[in-house]
Design a protein around this ligand. Structure first.
Ligand code: PEP
Length: 262
């Protein structure tokens, strides 16, 4: 972590907790976040739960006199409106109370065919609408074992970096090795730091201010027992958490670890 950047811990709920259970979990996260004022905490629920969650979290923040947690969309379509059946725009996420969006998650790339170019268009649309962006990058196991990790990751970074210029703290890149997502296999803190440092250096080669301001999250089987070591790395500014964000007993200790290091 770096004292110049606020740590960010985000929970990607994917297709879980779409209704009342989502409200219950978000309220518990809001209470945990109130104990970690130096950490920015974000949850990314399924779309239908967002309008239920936003007012409940605002109410918790009002009662506890703290900043509300952020709410993120898990995807968007890069047009403000139109004939795009089944899609949702950045403006619609914003209107529902989102302040963030996760873009280019490996599941979107793998199951929905999202390309670097399409992800970049989404990043532009999100930032233009006023959302913060967590743009995901990461290599598959085959790419890692064949020694292509940095080629792949930096190619993905190159696609979004020009769009993140000027975004400041609203620009986030999440390094999520695909082989570590939902598998229980986690990158060693050293491996994570190596890739994060390479991403930071790539950004610095384009724009020193961009490299300073962009927060780099690690994602991939982050749990209570490995969070501290990962978050302690110099270029790791937070975590994007999948499985362990689905229960407060697993997520709160990760927020606490970030708070203790902040
Ligand atoms: C994710 O899907 O973004 C993720 C990091 O999942 P998990 O923590 O379950 O590996």
């Amino acid at each position: 972590m770096n004292p110049g950047r606020t740590p960010l811990i985000a929970g990607n709920w994917k297709m879980h907790h779409g209704g009342a259970s989502g409200v219950e979990l978000a309220v518990a996260v809001a209470r945990a976040a109130a104990l970690a004022p130096k950490v920015e905490v974000v949850v990314a629920p399924p779309l239908l739960a967002i309008p239920l969650i936003v007012p409940e979290c605002a109410e918790v923040a009002r009662q506890l006199r703290c900043t509300p947690i952020g709410v993120a969309g898990q995807n968007l379509y890069p047009a403000p409106k139109g004939a795009f059946t089944g899609e949702v725009s950045a403006e619609m996420l914003l209107e529902a109370g989102c302040r963030w969006v996760i873009l280019g998650h490996s599941e979107r790339r793998q199951y929905f065919g999202e390309t670097d170019e399409f992800v970049a268009k989404k990043v532009v649309a999100a930032l233009a609408a006023g959302l913060g962006v967590m743009a995901c990058v990461g290599e598959t196991l085959e790419e890692r074992t064949s020694g292509r990790t940095l080629d792949v990751v930096l190619r993905m970074v190159d696609a979004v970096a020009p769009c993140l210029r000027g975004a400041g703290a609203r620009g986030v890149i999440a390094y999520e090795p695909v082989w570590a997502i939902g598998t229980g296999k986690v990158a060693t803190p050293r491996d994570a730091q190596e890739v994060h440092a390479a991403i930071r250096a790539r950004l610095a080669g384009k724009d020193a201010g961009l490299a300073e301001a962009t927060r780099l999250l690690y994602g991939g089987s982050v749990k209570a027992d490995n969070a501290r070591e990962l978050l302690a790395q110099a270029d790791v500014d937070g975590a994007l958490v999948g499985g362990a964000s689905l229960e407060i007993g697993a997520f709160a200790p990760i927020v606490r670890a970030a708070s203790e290091l902040a």
